[in-house]
Design a binder for this molecule. Structure first.
Ligand SMILES: [Fe+2]
Length: 233
């Protein structure tokens, strides 16, 4: 648990403050959305699916099935598939959505995606579950999900969302943010429950190793996005 929390507490990137303070020009912001979409947002339900089909443990499988169903259909909470709702951000910002049909990944993004495919498809259900439900869905505030005294995920009112404040995104385009807030607490708890209680001792080390690899690759990916948006550290 401590090793995984340590990974998550390092899921912070130097350029993020530029994205949330309006310092990234609107005419390059599409790069961020496109790369996020093609590295994991579009295929996130299928990545959870890979964890599901490899998993021999019914209790873990039920949680994964529920997560997969909500992500793929929005049938429990969001009302629409989450990858589709993600596109409401660029749509609301007036971006050309045809860009999202055929995205060319930056080198770091391509490497990150390749690693995600490997760890979700070829290293067993434990690694696939940790990477999808903890790394990809989680935040640097995972400790706050497990420990009452730790800092909680900040949830400022939607009117203060950086895309609204700095780029004029209409509030209704934050449908995915809203849906995530409704399911997030439950998803975070379920993710940690599975990884801490269903993963056998023998699988812990490979899980931690994969999470560290994914973190390093994510940093290189975010470096490339920052560079492409004209930012430097
Ligand atoms: Fe989601």
């Amino acid at each position: 648990m401590e090793s995984l929390l340590d990974v998550m507490e390092n899921k912070r990137h130097w350029a993020w403050a530029a994205f949330t303070s309006g310092r990234v020009a609107l005419d390059v912001l599409h790069i961020h959305f496109e790369q996020e979409y093609a590295t994991y947002v579009r295929d996130f339900p299928r990545m959870v699916g890979w964890a599901y089909v490899q998993c021999p443990r019914p209790a873990a499988r039920r949680e994964l099935a529920e997560n997969l169903y909500e992500e793929e259909t929005g049938g429990l909470v969001a009302g629409r598939p989450h990858p589709e709702l993600f596109l409401e951000y660029p749509r609301g910002l007036g971006m050309d959505l045809s860009r999202f049909d055929d995205i060319e990944l930056l080198p770091g993004a391509a490497a990150f995606r390749e690693l995600l495919d490997e760890v979700t498809q070829r290293r067993g259900w434990e690694v696939a579950t940790a990477v999808t439900t903890i790394f990809l869905e989680g935040s640097p505030y995972e400790r706050g999900e497990l420990d009452e005294r730790a800092d909680k995920r900040p949830e400022p009112p939607l009117e203060q969302h950086p895309l609204v404040v700095h780029y004029g995104l209409p509030l209704e385009s934050l449908a995915l943010t809203k849906a995530h807030r409704q399911v997030e607490g439950e998803h975070r708890r379920a993710a940690w429950d599975i990884v801490l209680h269903e993963v056998s001792a023998a699988a812990r080390e490979p899980v931690v190793r994969a999470m560290r690899e994914v973190l390093a690759s994510w940093h290189a990916y975010r470096d490339d996005v920052a560079k492409a948006c004209g930012l430097s550290p």
